[in-house]
Design a protein around this ligand. Structure first.
Ligand SMILES: Cc1cc2nc3c(=O)[nH]c(=O)nc-3n(C[C@H](O)[C@H](O)[C@H](O)COP(=O)(O)OP(=O)(O)OC[C@H]3O[C@@H](n4cnc5c(N)ncnc54)[C@H](O)[C@@H]3O)c2cc1C
Length: 245
């Protein structure tokens, strides 16, 4: 079922990524980790559908935030990141997904692993945990090309500096590191996983999201380091360009 949401705010996360806040009447409350489909329709009736993870925590106000990374030659993301203005109306379907979710009743330790824009649904989990006052132990490993590509930077900094209940946030910069960073650029590898993850005997749930090759590498690394396969949940941000309708 398609619904119409009104754009009520826009915020640039980086030079190429924008957060869009929508208000959607009768929107069913979502769960952190779910996504929506967005449908754009041109004047001649041609339409394109793309999936976007929900960045915001579940709420009862019918508000949904998505954060879109611009693919310069893409059909949909340049429009969403450059053309959309406050007051525009967008068609959405969802919330979608029931496996890659974190519910506030979960109390076990959690490892979140993001590759680039894969941070979006993991941020919804972090925000959901904070909104629910949950004490579930959370760690985030965020792989990103360079410091300027980090989404939600200030919020993550605040959430990781909040004492006992804070989220431990680690970064893996793959191309350029911040000034005075102690290590050269690196991809996430077994050593970094070992340094970041919870001991396997605590039975952590791992959520991995990002481009398909990143997700597959990380799922293998986590399995090799002793994590239970059933507790490794993955979401792949592959192209959705074949979905038209
Ligand atoms: C479940 C799910 C959740 C998603 N959540 C988000 C999100 O929160 N934020 C976000 O920015 N994107 C997300 N995506 C990706 C998004 O759906 C689109 O694929 C992306 O915005 C590109 O669409 P486009 O129309 O601009 O590009 P297209 O016109 O579809 O493609 C342009 C070119 O870029 C390539 N391409 C497109 N998408 C990707 C990709 N993801 N990785 C590598 N190459 C690609 C295509 O092969 C093509 O060559 C998600 C995808 C899925 C399946």
């Amino acid at each position: 079922m398609w619904r119409v949401g009104t754009v009520i705010a826009l915020h640039d996360e980086t030079a190429t990524a924008r957060t869009i806040t929508l208000e959607i009447p009768d929107w069913p409350r979502h769960v952190a980790g779910q996504h929506v489909d967005v449908r754009l329709t041109a004047a001649d009736g041609y339409s394109a559908v793309r999936s976007y993870s929900i960045a915001s925590a579940p709420n009862s106000e019918g508000r949904v935030q998505i954060t879109v990374e611009r693919f310069p030659n893409g059909e949909v993301s340049p429009y969403l990141t450059q053309e959309v203005v406050v007051g525009d109306r967008l068609e959405l379907r969802g919330p979608i997904g029931g496996w890659f979710v974190w519910r506030s009743q979960q109390a076990e330790p959690v490892l979140l692993v993001a590759g680039g824009s894969g941070i979006v649904p993991l941020m919804a989990m972090i925000r959901s945990r904070a909104a629910a006052g949950s004490a579930a132990p959370f760690r985030l490993l965020y792989s990103v090309r360079e410091p300027g590509a980090v989404y939600y930077r200030d919020e993550l900094r605040a959430l990781s500096a909040g004492g006992d209940r804070s989220v431990m946030v680690s970064y893996a910069y793959t191309r350029t590191v911040p000034k005075d960073w102690p290590r050269p650029p690196r991809r996430v590898d077994a050593a970094l996983i070992a340094a970041t993850n919870w001991p396997a005997d605590l039975g952590p749930t791992c959520y991995v999201c990002g481009p398909t090759p990143f997700v597959e590498t990380l799922a293998n690394l986590l399995t090799a380091s002793g994590n239970d396969r059933d507790k490794i949940k993955t979401e792949r941000f592959g192209p959705t360009g074949d979905q038209k309708g």
